[in-house]
Design a protein around this ligand. Structure first.
Ligand SMILES: Cc1cc2nc3c(=O)[nH]c(=O)nc-3n(C[C@H](O)[C@H](O)[C@H](O)COP(=O)(O)OP(=O)(O)OC[C@H]3O[C@@H](n4cnc5c(N)ncnc54)[C@H](O)[C@@H]3O)c2cc1C
Length: 420
């Protein structure tokens, strides 16, 4: 029987161990003291483990290298995952936007279910074991060098799955080892950057707005020559810039633009439901109702209290001015700020706050139908280590499960055809 080593006991590594264990002896090596350390914190501790949408819709939510993921997402789909979890005693529920969670709302239950599955398949789980080198001979994987409690050992194998994840939330074990191993073996690793992360803003006034959440705003992000991104949703101000669902999604699309230009412009439409004409009429009405007040006291119905000062400052209108002295031009200036509060974006906020890493092992060097390296025989890849990523909604974990199971099963299939 073949011996398979899985390096990394996160989402994709556990799935790979499960897939490989159908036909092989499997050793799962994880440097942390427990499996799935990052999984614990997913979905704010509830683990949005997949999305209930059909596979085509899931593929539409893949940002990088969609075509590469066709085989994986079809061969171990979200319905396969859900059936596996529910069949293993983990009831699930589907929430808004097709997001699937454990019914218990505890990510620990997802990890426990995988642990149970792996134990039932006799997978040998070695915790506290860090792989330090991948060993090859004549272009073929032969084993790994690993460290456990200061002791170094060499473990031989017939096939290896690298499932070491990305760079975000380093404390979960995201050390970047997999990229180094891959490069040492001749693979190229595409440029990496944090994604699904907050964005930093130049204007220092954003720190005064820290904690303010705007539920329904439109955003537009502009480069020097063209509009790059447009969306609608919830935005949150932080002490360094902007965050919230609408910004996280934007970061995955515009992140690479910061490599070409140091600054981008963010325009926040504070009243996306109103056309300029409708909003102008609304402003006129509000002003007419407050003719004898100071301007700064006339916008209470239009804006959250904390935002009024910023909007007035941006519009250039004297806040102390009596409303009945506000000119038509000033009203137009206010309208323009309400439809596009401008902020200067200076970059991605970094891996500590990023849900995922964009970039990774070049998928051109990996067989999409098996996840096997095209350069090194019996070397397989799974999960975030690869140059693939998707939007929020459970899609990234589904990529980890699907690529993991496909890699693991492919090793078994190869055993049959190769007769190893
Ligand atoms: C805060 C947060 C919330 C998230 N929420 C969601 C969500 O709700 N839904 C969703 O779909 N996605 C979510 N994600 C993304 C998701 O967690 C990742 O896409 C997924 O965990 C990737 O799985 P992976 O197996 O590739 O990597 P990981 O889960 O990071 O696992 C990699 C493992 O490899 C181990 N390892 C690394 N190097 C070595 C080595 N040399 N030797 C031994 N072991 C090693 C690490 O310790 C780690 O345990 C979230 C991410 C974060 C940070």
């Amino acid at each position: 029987m073949k011996t398979v080593i899985i390096t990394g006991g996160g989402a994709s590594g556990m799935a790979a161990a499960f897939g490989a264990s159908e036909k092989a002896r499997v050793i799962l090596l994880e440097q942390n003291e427990k499996l799935g350390k990052k999984l614990y914190i997913t979905g704010k501790g509830r683990c949005n483990l997949t999305n209930a949408a059909d596979t085509e819709t899931q593929l539409q939510n893949v940002v990088t290298n969609r075509r590469f993921l066709y085989s994986a997402l079809y061969s171990f789909s979200n319905t396969d995952l859900m059936a596996l979890m529910e069949g293993s005693g983990l009831p699930l529920k589907t929430e808004r936007g097709g997001r699937v969670f454990p019914a218990s709302d505890h990510s620990s239950d997802v990890i426990r279910t995988w642990e149970r599955l792996l134990k039932s398949r006799n997978v040998e789980i070695r915790l506290g074991t860090r792989v330090t080198e991948i060993l090859t001979e004549n272009g073929c994987v032969t084993g790994v060098r690993a460290k456990c409690g200061g002791r170094e050992e060499i473990l031989s194998c017939d096939a290896l799955v690298l499932a070491t994840g990305g760079l975000s939330y380093r404390s979960t074990g995201a050390t970047g080892d997999g990229y180094r191993f891959s490069e040492a073996l001749g693979h190229t690793v595409t440029r990496r950057r944090p994604a699904l992360c907050p964005l930093t803003v130049k204007e220092s006034f954003v720190s005064d707005l820290q904690g303010l959440s705007l539920k329904n705003v439109g955003i537009r992000i502009l480069g020097s020559k063209k509009a790059l991104y447009e969306d609608f949703g919830e935005l949150l101000f932080t002490h360094f810039g902007v965050s919230g669902p609408v910004i996280l999604s934007a970061s995955s699309i515009v992140g690479k633009e910061f490599e070409k230009a140091p600054e981008l412009t963010l325009l926040i439409d504070l009243k996306p439901a109103l056309t300029e004409e409708q909003l102008d009429a609304r402003i006129l009405r509000d002003l007419q109702e407050n003719l004898n007040k100071k301007f700064r006291n006339a916008l209470g119905k239009l804006l959250p209290q904390r935002l009024i000062g910023t909007v007035i400052e941006q519009s250039g209108i004297d806040p102390e001015k009596p409303v009945n002295e506000v000119t038509r031009e000033e009203r137009k200036a206010l309208l323009s700020v309400l439809k596009g509060l401008p902020l200067t974006l200076t970059g991605l906020h970094g891996y500590d706050d990023a849900v995922i890493t964009q970039g990774g092992v070049n998928v051109k060097e990996v067989n999409a139908s098996t996840m096997e390296s095209r350069l090194i025989k019996n070397l397989y890849f799974a999960g975030e280590l690869l140059d693939v990523d998707a939007m929020t909604g459970g899609f990234n974990l589904q990529i980890a499960w699907s690529t993991g199971v496909l890699a693991g099963r492919s090793i078994g299939e190869k055993e049959e055809t190769d007769g190893v």
